[in-house]
Design a binder for this molecule. Structure first.
Ligand code: MV4
Length: 430
């Protein structure tokens, strides 16, 4: 909606009854209630969303980064309703939604992938054969999954049978598709992803990497760009691989190619996210670009030819969640009696909240993102630290005190850590 306003485009917000007081509803030129809190009846309810678009005469729908953002059927329903889905077609989403198919497509495009089964693994004998070939430990992944759900690590042959069956059953229950595949398990990798933009004319560019290694139970908590471990040379290689990945499926829109990077700095394709992501602001800050504006221009048929986004400085994002870090990050909804956001040079806050707003318990616990930008990583950490000190939330517990401690942690400061970082990080209550 910020992008729309700058472009002279009127915007319409949709909301469920519990979100009536959210800032996005106040910011939009118009707002339409699409149902009760239960997301199945509101934010996932395609007929209601299409109806809201039709009654307000909307030309396009921006799907955001949750709910229907990667739903191929929704992209298709928009298309059939003569409403432009700001993002890829159903076919493009489907090609990346099935992880095993995506992997095969990447191999054909020359993108490095983790060694493993060439296709789905059906039976125990086949699984054992593959695991023997790539070497233990291995990881069994659901082809319809993503983001870590339903994955199982197996350390020895005697554990294959049990884990394969459990993985297949769980995948069937969770995704309605019991297909699984096997990969060599890379121990303690970094999670590094490349932002790409692809227009309708075959132009694809990359906007560098985001390092999302600081995660807890597959939830990202801190993201930054550039990555402390990515050299100019590695960035060029990973960028070229990401562009090749997007070109392989004639992709349109903003997308992210996720890679695992091992301790030898070898990178492997993991999956593609066919949407704008939560952590996109760090790329926006370092590349001085509005990615949502670019999404809208691409959806309107615009060209990326001749566009050149030049990176500068270092940007870090901390996710501010309504969670209690003293109690295993349990949700902490409620009224924001005080909500004072930080300011000053190089500080950005993206949030739907304000003082007196009541954080509902119905949805995701993220109440905002704090993004800082400075010349160097060291300066960005110092800036984040002082911005976190200025960020005052009273009424609920948040992840702010946790982030303050991470900013002071010598291992985080060194830049030399992996996805196991938070397993050994001990939050000290003050
Ligand atoms: C892996 C892996 C190690 N080896 N695949 C988890 C999220 C999903 N996108 C892929 N995931 C992983 N796949 C192989 N072959 C380790 C993980 C992984 C992970 C990846 C990124 C960030 C945090 C993680 C935490 C646990 C496991």
């Amino acid at each position: 909606m910020h992008a729309c306003r700058e472009m002279g485009i009127a915007s319409v917000a949709v909301y469920s009854t519990v979100d009536v007081d959210s800032l996005h509803v106040k910011y939009a030129d118009e707002a339409v209630c699409i149902g009760p809190p239960l997301s199945r009846e509101s934010y996932l309810n395609m007929p209601r969303i299409i109806a809201a678009a039709e009654v307000t005469n909307a030309d396009a729908i921006h799907p955001g980064y949750g709910f229907l953002a990667e739903n191929a059927d929704f992209s298709d329903v928009c298309h059939s309703s003569n409403i432009k889905f700001i993002g890829p077609s159903a076919e493009m989403i489907n090609q990346m939604g099935d992880k095993n198919t995506a992997k095969a497509t990447m191999i054909a495009a020359g993108v490095p992938v983790v060694p493993g089964s060439p296709g789905l693994v059906e039976d125990v004998a086949h699984a054992i054969e593959i695991a023997k070939k790539v070497g233990y430990p291995v990881i069994i992944k659901p082809t319809a999954g993503g983001g870590g759900k339903g994955m199982r690590v197996v350390h020895e042959e005697s554990q294959i049978e049990k884990n394969l069956k459990t993985a297949q059953n769980e995948a069937g229950m969770a995704f309605g598709n019991s297909g699984v595949y096997i990969e060599k398990y890379l121990e303690n990798p970094r999670h590094i992803e490349i932002q790409i933009l692809a227009d309708q004319h075959g132009n694809v560019i990359h906007l560098g990497e985001r390092d999302c290694t600081v995660q807890r139970r597959h939830q990202k908590l801190i993201e930054e760009t550039p990555s402390p471990v990515v050299s100019e040379e590695l960035r060029a290689e990973m960028g070229a691989a990401a562009v090749a990945a997007a070109k392989a499926i004639n992709y349109e829109g903003a997308g992210t190619i996720e890679f695992l990077v091992d301790k030898h700095k070898k990178f492997y394709f993991m999956e593609m996210n066919t949407r704008i992501q939560v952590e996109h602001p760090v790329t926006e800050q370092r590349y001085d670009v509005d990615l949502v504006r670019e999404q809208i221009l691409i959806a309107a048929g615009g060209s990326l030819a001749g566009k050149n986004f030049v990176p500068r400085g270092h940007s870090i994002e901390c996710r501010i969640n309504a969670e209690d870090p003293e109690h295993a990050f349990r949700p902490s909804p409620g009224e924001l009696q005080v909500f004072h956001t930080p300011g000053g040079p190089g500080v950005r806050v993206d949030s739907h909240c304000y003082a007196s707003y009541v954080v509902p318990s119905n949805y995701d616990s993220m109440i905002g993102k704090l993004i800082v930008t400075a010349h160097t990583r060291e300066e960005a950490i110092a800036r984040m630290s002082r911005a976190l000190d200025e960020f005052i939330v009273v009424g609920i517990k948040t992840t702010i005190p946790f982030h303050k401690q991470v900013m002071h942690d010598p291992v985080f400061q060194s830049g030399d850590f992996d996805t196991s970082f938070l397993e050994s990080f001990r939050f000290e209550k003050k």
